[in-house]
Write a protein that binds this ligand. Structure first.
Ligand code: C2E
Ligand code: CA
Ligand code: CA
Length: 392
């Protein structure tokens, strides 16, 4: 079977040609076709990393292509190409995901050269890492070696108060820079650590690294909240609140500066969650319900739990300035959150116009690439200083 990095189907031969040429100029093995049957034939006879599908073609539409791919249990990453407005693309993307396809991004037409190149490279590289998963096996030993060898680090993403623009805290995000495979996404290695049952050990490393960084910032006069992501599986460990509290004391970090970010697990019981959340609170930490809107519970169900904050998942934030539905969800979530006495943070803010809308809707805090990307702990003091300096 032939390996192909990139397979493109679009009814416009000129677009096919350009896309293929761009992909090849990035060093990828590419194929492009305007014909559905030829597409199927190439697909069946090759192992493809990333497929880009034009949503509208006279002979076959993108959705039919999705159904075909889903039937074959396609493992390739799928890019949606479209000149339609975002709602159509969003709907197609949702459908693709429901069919079990790995939708990895969207490309709008006309193709903007640089965007196309970067989306393509990123998705193909990620796909290769995933496909190489068998060869690139994360074992408990390799994971621990990565930590001791300094390949695993934490990056910190600033979080600001919306009305003042003031830096209020950071979220600690794990990073793995592998010498051979490059950057490995936490969405890949965190679930693997859970699978390998070394998540508690990993969580302890995150806690110590984050608190150690807090103490270093403190010495420089920077005092802010530090949010730590805790895997729902770690909550099975009943002494986690005690452990976190003890580590705070060891590093001299007052518990009120620590925010525990929790997502709803699919397996843990509500009682377990209530137990953990209550005990973190009793120890003085703040608790944030992460990825709000993607879980199963409604805010009303969650209100018995003593969370201090909800973080609205970025899927509702990303296009809220363009999609009336997202805007409506955002507004009602912010209002309901406030009625329940919770602070509301929006994540995934990528543009000024989204930021403006969040201010208008009364959201409390925001985080996202538009404000700052996650950065090494040592870079934060400079970032904070530049932010405070009057703009020129
Ligand atoms: P999360 O907790 O929802 O973290 C936010 C993710 O959104 C981060 O991805 C961050 O880099 C990304 N992000 C921030 N601003 C933007 C933006 O404006 N646009 C977009 N598109 N993305 C933005 P990251 O670092 O890849 O982490 C992915 C997930 O991995 C995290 O999602 C979290 O669930 C998990 N994770 C990361 N670090 C840890 C950790 O130390 N422990 C645990 N248990 N999970 C972690
Ligand atoms: Ca988080
Ligand atoms: Ca989140």
């Amino acid at each position: 079977m032939k390996n192909i990095d990139f397979l493109f189907i679009d009814d416009d031969p000129a677009v096919c040609k350009v896309a293929k040429r761009i992909a090849e100029s990035c060093g990828f093995l590419a194929a492009a076709t305007t014909d559905a049957d030829e597409f199927k034939q190439i697909y069946r006879n090759s192992s493809v990393a990333v497929i880009a599908v034009d949503l509208s073609m006279p002979q076959i539409d993108g959705v039919e292509v999705f159904r075909f791919l889903a039937k074959t249990n396609c493992q390739a990453g799928i890019l949606i190409v479209s000149g339609f407005d975002r709602r159509v693309v969003e709907a197609a993307s949702r459908l693709g995901k429901e069919l079990g396809l790995k939708i990895v991004g969207t490309i709008s037409k006309p193709l903007a050269l640089e965007d196309f190149r970067s989306i393509l490279s990123r998705s193909i590289e990620t796909q290769h890492i995933l496909v190489d998963d068998d060869r690139f096996e994360i074992t408990a030993a390799s994971f621990k070696e990565a930590v001791s060898g300094g390949e695993l680090t934490l990056a910190f993403q600033p979080k600001i108060e919306l009305i003042t623009g003031r830096l209020t805290g950071v979220e600690a995000l794990a990073r793995w820079q592998h010498p051979k495979f490059g950057e490995i996404a936490p969405s890949l290695f965190v679930p693997r650590a859970e699978q390998l049952r070394i998540i508690d050990w990993f969580t302890e490393w995150v806690i110590d690294t984050a608190l150690g960084q807090w103490a270093r910032w403190r010495k420089l006069g920077i005092i802010l909240d530090i949010a730590i992501n805790i895997s729902p599986l770690s909550l099975d460990r009943l002494d986690l609140p005690d452990l976190l509290s003890a580590r705070c004391k060891a590093f001299g970090v007052p518990a009120r500066y620590v925010v525990v970010e929790l997502t709803e697990g699919t397996t843990q019981s509500a009682v377990r969650l209530l137990d953990a959340v209550s005990r973190f609170r009793l120890k003085g930490m703040k608790i944030s319900l992460d990825d709000y809107g993607t879980g199963y519970s409604s805010l009303a169900q969650l209100q018995q739990l003593p969370f201090t904050e909800i973080k609205i998942d970025r899927r509702f934030v990303e296009n809220c300035d363009a999609l009336p539905e997202s805007r409506a969800i955002l507004k009602s979530t912010i209002d309901l959150g406030h009625e329940l006495g919770l602070a509301v943070t929006a994540e995934g803010v990528e543009t000024q116009s989204v930021l403006d809308l969040l201010v208008e809707l009364g959201c409390d805090q925001a985080q996202g690439y538009f404000i700052a990307r996650p950065m090494p702990g040592a870079d934060l003091p400079m970032w904070a200083a530049e932010r405070r300096a009057p703009s020129h």
